[in-house]
Design a protein around this ligand. Structure first.
Ligand code: HEM
Ligand code: HEM
Length: 188
């Protein structure tokens, strides 16, 4: 499979970044859920430290993904799609990109406001984004949770749309984001 995108399908790097970010987001939601159930203590701190480092990794991968998108062709949507569906796809993808940045940044700001600097897997410590402040921490905690709920909702709609393309409309939209051949015989 070629590394770069073509007007027909996503290349290997775009696919790798898409599915890696999906897997990391699922890991993030699991870690946050496990940490939420724990009492304050070293196990909770360790889980949240991993959550923070993976979150920063998602931020880096999202930057890489956008840079790669801008330096590559973007596969065209099938001609059979009407303007409403095209706009829905554009809006959903835009919202997902925005959330891929807003989620980690709100988490990073929340940690700074709480007075806990963010360490990247213990290798180095990131600078604080905002000063320590209890009310700001509480506002950012709510923001982080609301953004997470929005991400889960938009990503679920996006996944359902991809499955609709595959099973109902029977076009190539899902296949071209997978390392398999297209329905028209496009090599993988
Ligand atoms: C895409 C990336 C991320 C996702 C999907 C995500 C998701 C979540 C979710 C669902 C929660 C539980 C919220 C609640 O119900 O209270 C949470 C909590 C938390 N997140 Fe994230 N997060 C991400 C990135 C980050 C980053 C980059 C940081 C910090 C650098 C961070 C720091 C935290 C902290 C400290 C908590 C616990 C807050 C508390 O209970 O005091 N998150 N995150
Ligand atoms: C957290 C979960 C997810 C996120 C954040 C996400 C994010 C994105 C983004 C931002 C794009 C737009 C790519 C671009 O235009 O540059 C995209 C495309 C795509 N995603 Fe996802 N995605 C997620 C989950 C899924 C799942 C579960 C599926 C399949 C069931 C899926 C299937 C696709 C497909 C097929 C495309 C290509 C659409 C096209 O060719 O126009 N995604 N995804």
């Amino acid at each position: 499979m070629p590394l770069r995108n073509t007007p027909q399908r996503w290349g290997a790097l775009s696919q790798l970044l898409h599915w890696l970010i999906v897997a990391l987001i699922l890991t993030q939601l699991t870690l946050a859920h496990l940490a939420n159930d724990l009492p304050v203590g070293s196990r909770k701190v360790k889980l949240l430290a991993t959550h923070k480092s993976i979150g920063i990794t998602i931020l880096l991968l999202a930057c890489l993904r956008l840079l790669w998108r801008w330096s590559n062709p973007t596969p065209l949507l099938p001609d059979t799609l009407g303007p409403l569906e095209r706009n829905a796809a554009r809006f959903t993808h835009g919202a997902l990109y925005a959330l891929l940045f807003a989620m980690p940044l709100s988490g990073w700001m929340m940690s700074s406001a709480r007075g806990f600097p963010v360490s990247y897997f213990g290798f180095f410590t990131l600078p604080d984004l905002v000063p320590k402040s209890r009310p700001l921490y509480e506002a950012l905690l709510t923001t982080h949770a609301v953004l997470a709920l929005s991400l889960v909702t938009v990503a679920a709609l996006h996944a359902l749309a991809a499955l609709r393309h595959h099973f109902w409309l029977k076009d190539d939209v899902l296949r071209r984001m997978l390392p398999v051949s297209g329905a028209d015989g496009t090599p993988s």
